[in-house]
Design a protein around this ligand. Structure first.
Ligand code: AMP
Length: 283
């Protein structure tokens, strides 16, 4: 496994790889969620490239860019046994050299949900992912259902800009109590950590109601809010029942696959979670 920090070296090593390349972009501080994507890439592709880069352009001015956990050595030791060929961990100067001024924007899908709460977030995500796709030139790229809107936005970008690669979305990996794994879970105090699985409980309650025949989008929203509001440490930012393709919020009865999603603050930590109902639920 080779650690590469410059684009020129990445290009040179990449050009010598024969066969298919699977790519897993991450911000590091890896957990089982990330590793599940790496394992899937290793199963499906001849070579695996993982990027580790905390991308400044996807963080708002009041967000946690500086505080975001980083530990490259630990990440490398987790990736080594999985048969990863290259870990690409570029510097900010390598990614955004002086004079940088070109951005990629998916205009409509990013107006709602995370995009509405985090101004400019997806512009940063699509820009860095487009750059990484150009650098790595993968055959397949692996993303988590945990960030459902991100996966939908990136699929759109790949289709719209004719990137010659396939996007694979993998299921959300959860802790035994249901909490979706996230590098940001490390911010939680023990008391907050106990409160954090409320999001998974809210999603399960809505899923159960759906399985029992509930098809009212408003009712599913209420069911999730009831669970979240019963947790005093959780401050709900949004709860959504939306079309799983267009991400438009639903008013009436559910007929097509729906994305149930939410963002909740526990103390200063902002956590998200989701499930899909009525379709091929990948998480
Ligand atoms: P991040 O490092 O948070 O940018 O995540 C890198 C990739 O890992 C993204 O495609 C995420 O959706 C995915 N990911 C993060 N957490 C999980 C999880 N709990 N289960 C599955 N995939 C995840």
């Amino acid at each position: 496994m080779q650690l590469i920090k410059s684009v020129s070296e990445l290009r040179s090593v990449r050009s010598k790889l024969a066969g298919t390349v699977g790519f897993v972009p991450t911000m590091g501080y890896l957990h089982e969620g990330h590793l599940s994507l790496v394992r899937r890439a290793a199963e499906e592709c001849d070579h695996v490239i993982v990027s580790i880069y905390v991308n400044p352009t996807q963080f708002g001015p009041s967000e946690d860019f500086e505080a975001y956990p980083r530990d490259l050595e630990r990440d490398m030791s987790l990736l080594e046994p999985l048969g990863v060929d290259i870990v690409f961990a570029p510097t900010d100067d390598e990614m955004y050299p002086p004079g940088f001024q070109t951005y990629v924007e998916v205009t409509e899908l990013t107006k709602v949900l995370e995009g509405a709460s985090r101004q400019g977030h997806f512009r940063g995500v699509t820009t860095v992912v487009a750059k990484l796709f150009n650098m790595v030139q993968p055959d397949k790229a692996y993303f988590g259902q945990k960030d459902a809107q991100q996966a939908i936005v990136i699929r759109r970008m790949v289709a719209d800009l004719n990137f010659p690669l396939e996007i694979v979305v993998c299921p959300t990996v959860r802790e035994p109590d249901g909490l979706a794994m996230s590098s940001r879970n490390t911010y939680l105090t023990p008391e907050q950590r106990e409160a954090a699985p409320d999001k998974a409980r809210a999603l399960s309650a809505a899923e159960k109601a759906y399985m029992d025949g509930e098809r009212s989008s408003g009712r599913l929203r209420e069911i999730m809010l009831d669970v979240l509001n019963s947790e005093p440490l959780a401050e709900v930012e949004y709860v959504s029942v939306a079309d799983n393709e267009t991400l438009q919020e639903l008013d009436g009865p559910i007929e097509k696959p729906v994305l149930l999603s939410m963002a909740v603050r526990i103390g200063k930590t902002r956590l998200i979670d989701n499930i899909v109902l009525g379709g091929t639920d990948r998480g």
